[in-house]
Write a protein that binds this ligand. Structure first.
Ligand code: FE2
Length: 146
């Protein structure tokens, strides 16, 4: 390699290393909040089912808010089979708008025939993020605004 080619290669390398992070950061800015958190890879949503695109219906938790005497009550259902320890929903978990833990329900696949849970949230208002975890198809996130 002559001196001129060496200098050109070095210049291209420097330019590529300077420009690439800028392009990557611009791409991240265009993604939604959930995508930044890892939707489609770390966890899955209706809009970002990632490798489990055929599994949305049986894994995305449905959420219902029911007024109750004690305040807000949230019902969560995952339309998933409970086939013993072979394939089941491990838990439902509620997180606030900052993804801080509120409550959870662990399921026993030998006793719980339907992955359904209820939570009393008192006078809570704002976003509730709901996680449903399958032992084979990972973690799914949905939310509701109260
Ligand atoms: Fe599953």
């Amino acid at each position: 390699m002559d001196r001129r080619h060496f200098i050109q290669s070095a210049a291209l390398g420097i330019a590529a290393s300077t420009i690439s992070p800028t392009i990557a950061m611009a791409g991240n800015k265009e993604q939604g909040h959930e995508a930044k958190l890892g939707a489609g890879g770390l966890f899955y949503t209706k809009d970002a089912p990632g490798r489990w695109s055929e599994k949305v219906a049986g894994h995305l938790p449905s959420i219902e808010v029911v007024p109750a005497a004690e305040g807000v009550r949230v019902k969560v259902l995952t339309g998933h089979e409970m086939r013993g320890y072979q394939h089941y929903i491990v838990k439902h978990m509620l997180l606030n708008e900052h993804f801080e833990f509120i409550a959870e329900k662990l399921f026993d696949p030998m006793k719980d025939l339907v992955p359904m849970s209820e939570f009393s949230l008192g006078n809570y208002s704002g976003r509730v993020n709901v996680v449903s975890m399958c032992n084979k198809h990972d973690v799914w996130l949905n939310h509701i605004d109260i």
